[in-house]
Design a protein around this ligand. Sequence first.
Ligand code: DX5
Ligand code: ZN
Length: 219
Amino acid sequence: MPLISPSILSADFARLGEEVRAVDEAGADWIHIDVMDGHFVPNITIGPAVVKALRPHTDKPFDVHLMISPVDAYLEQFADAGADIITVHPEAGPHVHRTVQTIKSLGKKAGVVFNPATPVDTLDYLIDMVDLVLVMSVNPGFGGQSFIDSQLKKVEAIRRRIDASCRDIYLEVDGGVDSRTAPLCIEAGADVLVAGSATFKGGPDRYADNIRTLRGDAA
Ligand code: DX5
Ligand code: ZN
């Protein structure tokens, strides 16, 4: 069964603490937190102070997706704020290997994320260190975009690399994951699905059903 990591980008920002508790109770495995700076991506979301404020609301791992550049100066703040997994784009700093080393030295799980047009060869030089690989199935910046089907081939290619590495590495997909595309991601080898709109649609009464549907175990 895939793990489900709801993206709180689609939550009600005026009630974020309650929303995090609601998806936790609805069966979320992780909480996906999209951090955007209006520079690396054309949108501004939340920073370490909000991550810290949300931390007491759940014990589920915080899966923090950093879309900020340059990223290195902020790693410690997100680690201190309560991030469990910190995922970075290779384009977000001059030395992604060093960035991953820093995340590991802070005692956190490290992820690397590939945009739709970013080739994955960089992974060959990081696969001995990372704990997670994230494939963007939309261009980063906004929730509610359409899934880019060509990314499924990338998921398959990364699955092969992870299996060959014999390391314990999560393979996560982010963007446009819904009841149609979730099974395709799983088939391609993903084991963690990020879902914003598909989790939060319909309001809190729907969260548990929405998460079950994404997992593929809907009644
Ligand atoms: C996009 C973010 C995603 C986004 C997913 O830049 O990284 O996590 O919130 O939203 P949906 O699931 O609505 O495509
Ligand atoms: Zn994300």
